[in-house]
Design a protein around this ligand. Structure first.
Ligand code: FAD
Length: 391
């Protein structure tokens, strides 16, 4: 009987990388990549950046159709996996069942939908289809309100301003990007967006959306013809939960990215894993995490590699002409230290947790290299490495 092989559920950035890496690592069994979306796997980051202006969907495609035949990877698009039968090692599709030896869950996230009246009037920005719809609507409207002042909301706000729209950002927290950057960086970006002509509303959640715009909790009204919802995401864990895998802020993984079933791995936005530095169980929403997870899992499946996941997290966000980059991962317990203009360190009880930079690619790369070492990094070591030229 032929070997069932590896099935990957979710053909986003991480799912595709898992298929690519399995072949790169020499895996010769069947590989089946199953994705709910139509078309070829594509990159999401440009959807809130360059794609809004250029509208070039071809440029987003990660691998051409010929790649799948060349690498003997079966790619099923527009196909939603409905269930996992762990006892039989099978996944259930609308038209049948497929057996697996190893299963990789790469199901990503979907937009959170906070309790806001009339929210069905707001647009999403998660998929290429969402971005296409948004571009169409933007072509005939002037005033845009964005619910959510995180990376995606702010990237979109900067792009929409550049296209000449009136833009308002509504953030329920007291500061922008509060989950991911230091208070200093939040203030800096609030000033920047304000200087670019965007209205920034902080500390007031949106409570209603109607044809005139968005109403805030304090009764203020933000006029808008188009409303974008960018208020965070939740991991797609339903398949895992129904299969009784451990789920805790995402599909729970061990240090080798295995779920509570040794035949099933998970990766990327849908999974939580032990942060190698702090030991905390974390879930990251970044291309880096999804692709580095995929590489480690593929090496395990193909070659029996036993290494634990140890990659340094890093993030970027392009807002207007500013590239915010973060090397490392800081928790709420980290305090901030300004190292130079546009360079902020976040330090906790262990040492340096992260470095935030604006338009300082060299400093970001040096911090990433330093943080990749096994020993904790002190603030002095970071300064010595990063401030060499601070460029
Ligand atoms: C607008 C936008 C801008 C972004 N910008 C950045 C950025 O600048 N930098 C950065 O690092 N990250 C950015 N991200 C985040 C980044 O795109 C994600 O972290 C990355 O795509 C995660 O990869 P993934 O494989 O875990 O999930 P995804 O790429 O989200 O893919 C998951 C896929 O699984 C499919 N799926 C779910 N359930 C099923 C099922 N049952 N059956 C079949 N298929 C299923 C989904 O349809 C989806 O296509 C951005 C995201 C968005 C939306």
């Amino acid at each position: 009987m032929s070997q069932p092989g590896v099935i990957i559920v979710g053909a986003g950035q991480g799912g595709l990388q898992a298929a690519i890496s399995l072949r790169q690592e020499g895996y010769t069994g069947p590989v089946t990549l199953i994705g709910a979306e139509p078309g070829l796997p594509y990159q999401r980051p440009p959807l809130s950046k360059a794609y809004l202006a250029a509208g070039d969907a071809e440029a987003l495609v990660l691998r051409p159709e010929s790649f799948f035949a060349a690498k003997d990877i079966t790619y099923l698009h527009s196909t939603t996996v409905e269930a996992i039968d762990r006892d039989a090692r099978r996944v259930v599709l609308p038209g049948g069942r497929l057996d697996y030896d190893r299963l990789i869950l790469a199901t990503g996230t979907r937009n959170l939908r906070p309790p806001i009246a009339g929210l069905d009037r707001a647009l999403d920005l998660r998929t290429l289809a969402d971005a296409g719809r948004l571009r169409e609507v933007l072509a005939s409207t002037r005033r845009v309100a964005v619910i959510g002042g995180g990376f995606i909301g702010l990237e979109f706000a900067a792009a929409a301003r550049k296209l000449g729209h009136q833009v308002a950002v509504i953030e329920a927290a007291e500061r922008l990007m509060a989950r991911v950057v230091s208070p200093l960086m939040s203030r800096y970006f609030a000033m920047l967006h304000h200087d670019w002509g965007t209205e920034v509303h902080l500390g007031q959640p949106a409570v209603a959306v109607d044809e005139t715009g968005v109403t805030l909790a304090d009764g203020a009204h933000v006029p808008a013809d188009t409303v974008l919802l960018a208020a965070g995401v939740c991991p797609n864990t339903e398949l895992a939960e129904a299969a009784e895998l451990a789920v805790e802020n995402g599909i729970r993984l061990d240090a080798q990215l295995r779920t509570s079933d040794p035949a099933i791995f998970a990766l990327g936005d849908c999974a939580s894993f032990p942060d190698p530095r702090s030991g905390r169980q974390v879930r990251l929403e970044s291309v880096q995490a999804a692709t580095d997870h995929a590489r480690l899992i593929a090496a395990q499946i193909a070659k029996g590699a036993t290494a634990s996941y140890a990659a340094v997290p890093w993030f970027w966000s392009d807002q207007g002409d500013r590239k915010l980059q973060i090397a490392g991962l800081a928790g709420a317990d980290a305090h901030e230290e300004i190292l130079a203009d546009g360079i902020v360190a976040r330090v906790d009880a262990i040492g340096v947790a992260a470095l935030e930079t604006v338009n300082k690619a060299g400093a970001h790369m040096r911090a990433r290299r330093l943080l990749a070492g096994h020993a904790p990094v002190s603030l002095d070591e970071l300064k010595a490495a990063v401030l060499k030229t601070a460029a």
